[in-house]
Design a protein around this ligand. Structure first.
Ligand SMILES: Cc1ncc(COP(=O)(O)O)c(C=O)c1O
Length: 393
């Protein structure tokens, strides 16, 4: 076989979202697109803000001399400086251009930092349920993912994290606002984590993956992880905040308080290069010089969340209203989440089983579908709930 055993096995383990996608294609062919409600993919269904597209046009028309050539691997110095200034304002820390690496999305940033810090067999703690790609990002660089369960409300359980630390622990991967749970980690939990890490005396890097940072509802904000935890490396992108996931633009930022920052900077520039990214897309770096502070309107997402959570609760589902990101992680009325996702698919409703995120008994619903579609899907959620409840008795 041409494909390595490792990749073949990884594809098999990672196929939940793909399976739902294929199921969606089949159902749409059978029933027509209008009768299928696809909550499976976290792909923003809104267009980028006009100011971003205007900046793109200006950059293309301006055609800066030399703007199509190779550049320093971490990106254009002016762009890195602008990102550093934005981060300094947000966190109160003195980021400089040297701390910032423009990357191919947040996924690129995660891979760059993991490549830079892991030796084979090193461990990375990930909080379950987790974004499924993390296991592959970690194993890409010889690391071992150590999943640690969150508490009953999906917040980090600092004592459990402390118990999972071994001499091989090199990093903890945090994601807040969280995919798939929608939880926004509060200051108090981040502080407790920092205190525990300081007590442990081990040089553990907290990798803060923040692509949903601007998606916090009810007028709240995400507390700054880098302000609260000294040893932080931030991974972020404009994939969600500007609805640009296909353009692959993001950054890695090393906190000025990070231990051994000078060595790590050199390592990250090198990793960006040898992972084959070489540098982040040039044109989008220039666009970000002008439009980094823009954001899509999150009000429609908040409204969809409210409508769907209220409707599901009225049916009888046990619903935890997400505070951020754009997912609902819904407890299934039967323990077998895969069976329940199949039952929902019979109703034309596509969801990803929690098993794919390391937590069975739940499904993930992405709020990236139009409100009218959400409203039309409710009767399907109701029929699936009732038939599952009947089976239980
Ligand atoms: C938690 C999380 N991290 C990283 C990514 C990857 O983001 P990007 O498209 O910016 O690489 C995603 C994408 O869905 C995500 O949900």
């Amino acid at each position: 076989m041409a494909v390595s055993k490792t990749i073949a096995k990884q594809i098999e383990n990672a196929s939940w979202i793909r399976r739902m996608f294929e199921e969606g294609v089949r159902l749409k062919r059978e029933r027509g697109a209008d009768a299928v409600f696809d909550f499976s993919l976290g792909n923003p269904d809104v267009e980028p803000p006009p100011a971003v597209l205007d900046a793109l046009r200006r950059v293309a028309d301006g055609n800066r001399p030399g703007s199509h050539g190779y550049m320093p691997n971490p990106g254009y110095p002016q762009v890195r400086e602008a990102v550093a200034a934005k981060l300094s304002k947000e966190t109160g820390l003195a980021f400089t251009a040297e701390d910032v690496f423009m990357t191919v999305g947040s996924a690129g940033a995660c891979n760059v930092i993991l490549k830079s810090i892991l030796d084979p067999g090193d461990e990375v703690i990930v909080l379950a349920p987790y974004f499924a790609e993390y296991q592959f990002y970690i194993s890409n660089h010889g690391g071992r993912m150590v999943p640690v369960e969150t508490d009953a409300t999906f917040l980090p359980d600092v004592e459990r994290i402390a118990a999972a630390i071994t001499p091989r622990t090199r990093a903890i991967l945090l994601n807040t606002p969280n995919n798939p749970t929608g939880r926004v980690y509060p200051q108090s939990v981040l502080r407790d984590l920092e205190e525990m890490l300081a007590r442990s005396g081990q040089p553990i890097t907290v990798i803060s993956d923040e692509p949903y940072k601007s998606f916090v509802y009810d007028g709240q904000r995400q507390p700054e992880v880098a302000s609260l935890i000294a040893n932080t490396a931030i991974c972020n992108s404009w994939s969600k905040s500007l609805a640009l996931p296909g353009e692959r633009i993001g950054y890695l930022a090393l906190s000025p308080r990070l231990r051994d920052a000078a060595h790590l900077r050199g390592a990250c520039a090198f990793s960006n290069r040898i992972l084959g990214f070489v540098n982040a897309p040039a044109i989008w770096q220039w666009v970000m010089l002008e439009a980094a502070d823009e954001s899509v309107d999150i009000a429609p997402y908040e409204n969809r969340r409210n409508v769907l959570c209220d409707a599901l609760a009225a049916i009888g589902y046990e619903v935890r209203r997400p505070e951020g990101a754009f997912y609902i992680f819904l407890k299934t009325p039967i323990p077998d989440d895969v069976a329940f996702a199949k039952r929902l698919a019979e109703e034309g409703v596509l969801a990803v089983p929690g098993t794919g995120f390391g937590r069975s008994g739940y499904i993930r619903l992405s709020l990236t579908i139009p409100l009218e579609q959400i409203q039309k899907s409710i009767s399907g959620f109701q029929r699936a709930f009732l038939s599952s409840a009947l089976k239980k008795f």
